[in-house]
Design a protein around this ligand. Structure first.
Ligand code: AP5
Length: 239
């Protein structure tokens, strides 16, 4: 009986079908391909159609006013706002095993691993895909590879709004907010590290999208900045 079982096992392991499945599964793992994307009904289908629902990336240094302007954009345009910082802080609050590691990274002002951020973002976007008039993706991408991964996994970006301000202005605003924000990363030491992370990556991120990039001087007042934002978004929603 034992010999029969052994023979059958060896036969199975040596069969073409087994070798094919083994090679295929290894390839998927090496390329980090997700199982659900292998099913035939998903092939070639972008999860969100950005030609119908605009996808706007909101970029800028820490404290450049991304969140402040997003609030105004939501009020006027009704777009769905997804801030990667907020998504990560919600994950941290959940107390999961992964959360402990995220807290440490965020307190060092570094970037959380790309796959964690993209998974959270994609999940949140898909949950709103049916109802969203447009997506405001706040604080993503923060490095070159994040932008590439997003467009591959979700959809091409429609327009990128970049809020430009000096390091002095950013530091001053964050220290002002620190008094009441209760955020673990709003302290002098972490602010320096956040700024460094931003400056190390920002030029490379922006350089990838010359035709979609819209720069706004974020040293102005909140309302003056929003006037600039409207000039970019009004034509988009009128289409
Ligand atoms: P995140 O939460 O995104 O923080 P941030 O990028 O540092 O930006 P903030 O939210 O602090 O500032 P903001 O630009 O929204 O400015 P706000 O409107 O609040 O990210 C936190 C961390 O999460 C990161 O460090 C990283 O570890 C991780 N993370 C996030 N995204 C990630 C990603 N994609 N990949 C990997 N890791 C990621 O304004 C700031 C203050 O200024 C407020 O008090 C406001 O009232 C004031 N203010 C705003 N506008 C003006 C104005 N025009 N004039 C005067 N004051 C103003």
């Amino acid at each position: 009986m034992k010999i029969i079982i052994e023979k059958t096992l060896v036969k199975c392991l040596c069969s073409y079908e087994f070798i094919f499945v083994f090679v295929f599964v290894t390839w998927l793992r090496l390329n980090s391909v997700r199982w659900e994307r292998c099913f035939i009904f998903n092939i070639g289908k972008a999860p969100i159609d950005s030609s119908k629902v605009p996808i706007v990336w909101i970029l800028g240094g820490p404290g450049s006013g991304k969140g402040t302007q997003c609030e105004k954009i939501i009020a006027k345009y009704g777009f769905t706002h997804l801030s990667t910082g907020d998504l990560l802080r919600a994950e941290v609050k959940s107390g999961s095993e992964r959360a402990k590691c995220l807290t440490a990274i965020m307190e060092r002002g570094e970037l959380v691993p790309n796959d964690v951020v993209l998974d959270l973002l994609k999940e949140a976007m898909l949950a709103k895909a049916g109802e969203a008039k447009g997506f405001l993706i706040d604080g993503y991408p923060r490095e070159k590879s994040q932008g590439i991964a997003f467009e591959k996994a979700i959809a091409p970006v429609t327009v990128i709004i970049y809020f430009e301000a000096s390091s002095e202005t950013l530091t001053k605003r964050l220290l002002g907010r620190a008094v009441s924000s209760g955020r673990a990363d709003d302290n002098e030491e972490t602010i320096k590290l956040r700024l460094k992370t931003f400056l190390d990556n920002n030029d490379q991120v922006l350089a990838q999208y010359p035709s979609k990039l819209q720069r706004i001087n974020a040293e102005d007042s909140v309302d003056a900045i929003f006037n600039q934002v409207e000039k970019i978004l009004d034509p988009l929603v009128a289409q």
